[in-house]
Design a protein around this ligand. Sequence first.
Ligand code: A2P
Length: 214
Amino acid sequence: MHWPMAFQRGTELMPKRADGSVCYDDIHYQETWVAMESLVDKGLVRAIGLSNFNARQIDDVISIAKHKPVVNQVECHPYLSQAKLLSHCRSVGVCVTAYSPLGSGDRPWASPDELCLLQDPGLGAIALRHSMTPAQVILRWQVQRGVVCIPKSVTPSRIQQNLQVFDFSLSDEDMKQMESFSRNERYIVPAVERDGKRVWRDAEHPHFPFNDPY
Ligand code: A2P
């Protein structure tokens, strides 16, 4: 389930009115979960999971689930380490997948003066110590803390490089330092312009996940 908020049924993934406002649906994510479970029962899918759910919402789903969510896929990188959510997911046996694990530096709405995660000096220093690239250090950090990563690249050499993270390891000190970079910075939240300010589009929705601390 891509988001805890439901969007109106139709051909559009996120349908909008003429004024640009989003057409939500009134369906609770617990109801959607039950519908997804029937796909498992029919043998149409093997496993079902969540995306962009906070800890409370994961528990809401588990409380009614016949088939537990296998995974929660969330934005996760050194600037948004998701330590508390990860710990919660571990405690209830839900795997975490990191989307935008490299900070999605190619996102069109990145501001030109912003420090790109892959150029972070602290990260660069760890990479230098291990003779690896910053991307490899990030992916290794996630592997060592048990997080699945889905880095994107259109560059064959980088795709290859991103797989080469199993022949080195980070020390406890490196791991601690990696966690220290976190500053609760989210890059991938649908945003709109309101009164000249960029704001989170769905922040007022009762099921918007990011109003909870984790
Ligand atoms: P490109 O596709 O031009 O190779 P994320 O997975 O966090 O969304 O980040 C995707 C961005 O990270 C893309 O711009 C991609 O560039 C870049 N990228 C992927 N792998 C690497 C790498 N090993 N080194 C540097 N940049 C990378």
